[in-house]
Ligand binder design. Structure first.
Ligand SMILES: Nc1ncnc2c1ncn2[C@@H]1O[C@H](COP(=O)(O)OP(=O)(O)OP(=O)(O)O)[C@@H](O)[C@H]1O
Ligand SMILES: [Mg+2]
Length: 294
């Protein structure tokens, strides 16, 4: 569906992207996460054919994103985090206009999506709040019948209720076999929705894989209660905290086996293990590779 190979982008002497390779398969929800200024939007602008890559290849539907942009955009929906609309058109008119620009007579199931996102389409765009402008862009995307959805922090203005509506809607798309590239800061959102993720930092992809695959990189939190005082965990525990009658420790997931074997000698009465969240994973990279140039 979407593929970039060794994309680089420089702005003057500044290298915004280096060697970015990504692949989004049909029916996949692909998460794209990274801190501010790491290159997510730049990558997306290249995919949209708005910016030209300095080197490398990018294809959508097997077509070149720069040369065949017009053709690609007929089957692609894009939602940015910061939506700008025509101030004198109403939300409903904008949604109709986007559909016509895509070559459709009218948006599909417009009323259903307006209702779902609780959007009044009769107001002029200049009167909409940030969240409502976001909803106009989302309704426009969901009524587009596109095959690929490129979403750049699409929920930045939504309240928690709408965030949930958004997540359900994305899951529906994926059940229909549509593909989604979702760039986000909201790690819990990516974690709930995505099949695979790529982590970008300072213009370079530092990890790609399924959440299962990436979790081995990080830590598991254990809560242990035992008949005898538990000792000798220093070799494994990254963090060790005493709780009421037990211990809370963080260990590298790959050492879990050794740790559990060690614990078995103390007469365990309670053992809880929580999988690492994407947030842990992100922080882990962030810490390990430092804040500056690495
Ligand atoms: N037109 C431009 N000219 C010069 N530098 C640019 C330009 N566009 C982006 N950059 C730089 O490229 C880097 C990546 O920016 P980008 O907008 O892709 O980050 P991002 O990951 O989307 O960040 P955020 O999470 O804040 O949206 C930043 O350092 C930014 O300043
Ligand atoms: Mg951005």
């Amino acid at each position: 569906m979407l593929k970039t190979e060794h994309i680089t982008k420089t702005f003057g002497s500044f290298q915004a992207l280096q060697d970015v390779s990504l692949e989004v398969n049909e029916g996949e929800i692909f998460g794209f996460i990274g801190p501010n200024g790491s290159g997510k939007s730049t990558t997306i602008r290249i995919l949209l054919g708005v910016l030209q890559a300095t080197s490398g290849r990018a294809e959508i539907f097997g077509k070149d994103v720069w040369k065949d942009a017009v053709e690609i955009h007929k089957h692609l929906a894009y939602v940015p985090g910061d939506v700008h609309l025509w101030p004198n058109l109403t939300g409903g008119e904008v949604i109709d206009l986007f559909a016509r620009l895509r070559g459709h007579k009218k948006p599909v199931d417009k009323d259903k999506w307006l209702e779902r996102f609780d959007l009044d389409p009769t107001k002029k765009c200049r009167t909409y709040s940030k969240g409502n402008r976001q909803k106009v862009a989302l309704v426009s995307a969901f009524t587009s019948q596109a095959d690929l959805f490129i979403l750049d922090e699409p929920t930045s203005g939504l309240d928690p209720l709408m965030e949930r509506v958004f997540q359900e809607s994305i899951r529906e798309l994926s059940r229909e076999g549509k593909s989604v590239l979702l760039s986000s800061h909201i790690l819990s959102e990516v974690e709930k929705l995505c099949d695979r993720v790529a982590i970008i930092r300072e213009g370079a992809i530092i990890e790609t894989g399924s959440l299962e695959e990436l979790r081995h990189l990080t830590r598991t939190q254990l809560l242990v209660e035992a008949k005898q005082p538990v000792t000798g965990l220093e070799a494994w525990a990254h963090e060790l905290e005493e709780t009421d009658g037990g211990l809370r420790i963080q260990v590298d997931t790959e050492q879990l086996d050794e740790v559990v074997r060690h614990l078995a000698g103390f007469g365990i009465t309670k053992l809880e293990s929580a999988p690492p969240t994407l947030e842990d994973l992100f922080m882990h990279h962030y810490e390990r590779r430092g804040g500056g140039a690495s």
